[in-house]
Ligand binder design. Structure first.
Ligand SMILES: [Mn+2]
Length: 346
């Protein structure tokens, strides 16, 4: 390990030596080694340098996204360690227990619908729901339909066998693989680089749901009657909204509201990731922008709350999009977390 002097480290991080000494005193960024004789501080180049540099080079909206992604990773890491710690505590204290999270046996009931809408000539959306995997993808460009199908195809093997390791890693690897396929479509496409797809996917382990997201499909959680949007759109309009430069009303009718900041297009994949603890009674919705572009959040909320069967809920949401003019392809995946004993798990 080659250590850097405080001067060299300051240059690399674009932080002043004074700031570094302050961060040391605050315990935010302690040096790797302090010379006991001279008191000089030395830093390991592997300290969070790379990430700090990335954030410094980004514009504010992208930097916000990077920090959010970092924090989501911290929370995901902590959640899995918490489950393991709870399991160890229970075991060491002699309480008989099942594996982490398995105390309450849960199952999932699911349905997927995709529809061409009323205006488009092809359906470039893809949707999938299985006993472990839920996914929607919205393709764009000449090869859009193949791009969205490619990402779903890359994810599908996860539905058959739960990965041995980390759920999020498995999802991320599948999306990376799909990105290479989409890159191939882009190279041969007539639209030179315009082919791509979004994806929002969840993988169910029995106690947790791992979520990966890129683009403007959305995931919602209906819990205790309240609706929460649990993904953040990677659109120009969303970043204008985040910066307070437009109002939610202006965003809803913005002519460029489908302009994406991030997608799977063969270039580096920049996914949002998160882990969610499963709770009986929760209902998840994954949907493409063909739903949220025309159907109000209130109506989505009412439909999810007022419709018992997942298949019926998905069908009603698609109907609502078409009743609103159906300007885009529309896809909905609805999944309910239920106690294992519940009938009609499908
Ligand atoms: Mn769309």
């Amino acid at each position: 390990m080659r250590l850097l002097s405080i001067g060299a480290f300051a240059q690399a991080t674009r932080l002043s030596p004074k700031a570094l000494r302050l961060y040391d005193e605050l315990g935010l960024l302690p040096p790797a080694f302090v010379d006991p004789d001279s008191g000089y501080r030395f830093y390991d180049p592997a300290q969070p340098l790379a990430r700090i540099r990335i954030v410094c080079d980004l514009d504010p909206a992208q930097a916000a996204g990077e920090v959010a992604a970092y924090w989501a990773q911290v929370e995901a890491d902590t959640a899995s360690r918490r489950d393991l710690a709870a399991f160890l505590i229970a075991t060491l204290s002699g309480r008989k227990t099942a594996m982490p999270g398995a105390q309450e046996a849960l199952a999932i009931r699911y349905a997927a619908r995709t529809d061409i809408g009323r205006v488009r000539e092809t359906n470039q959306d893809s949707a999938y729901a299985g006993s472990r995997l839920l996914a929607v993808a919205d393709g764009m460009g000449v090869g859009g339909a193949r791009a969205s199908a490619a990402v779903i195809d890359a994810l599908k093997p996860l539905d058959d066998a739960l990965p041995a390791g980390d759920l999020l890693n498995a999802l991320e690897q599948a999306v990376e693989q799909a990105s290479a396929t989409v890159g191939g479509l882009t190279d041969t496409g007539a639209d030179h680089g315009q082919t791509g797809t979004t994806v929002t996917a969840m993988l169910w382990s029995g106690s947790q749901l791992a979520l990966v997201h890129i683009g403007d499909c959305r995931a919602y959680l209906l819990r205790d009657g309240e609706l929460f949007q649990i993904t953040h759109d990677h659109t120009v309009v969303q970043s204008l909204l985040d910066e307070g430069r437009i109002t939610p009303e202006e965003a809803a009718s913005h002519p460029q509201r489908s302009l994406l900041l991030r997608a799977i297009d063969g270039t580096a994949v920049d996914l949002d990731t998160s882990l969610h603890d499963a709770r009986a009674g929760d209902r998840y919705l994954l949907c493409s922008d063909g739903l949220t572009g025309v159907v109000s959040t209130e109506m989505i909320h009412d439909t999810l709350r007022g419709t018992g069967d997942p298949d019926q809920a998905a069908a009603r949401l698609v109907e609502a999009a078409n009743a609103g003019g159906g300007p885009d392809n529309v896809s909905c995946v609805v999944a309910d977390i239920v106690p294992l004993a519940a009938p009609a798990a499908r």
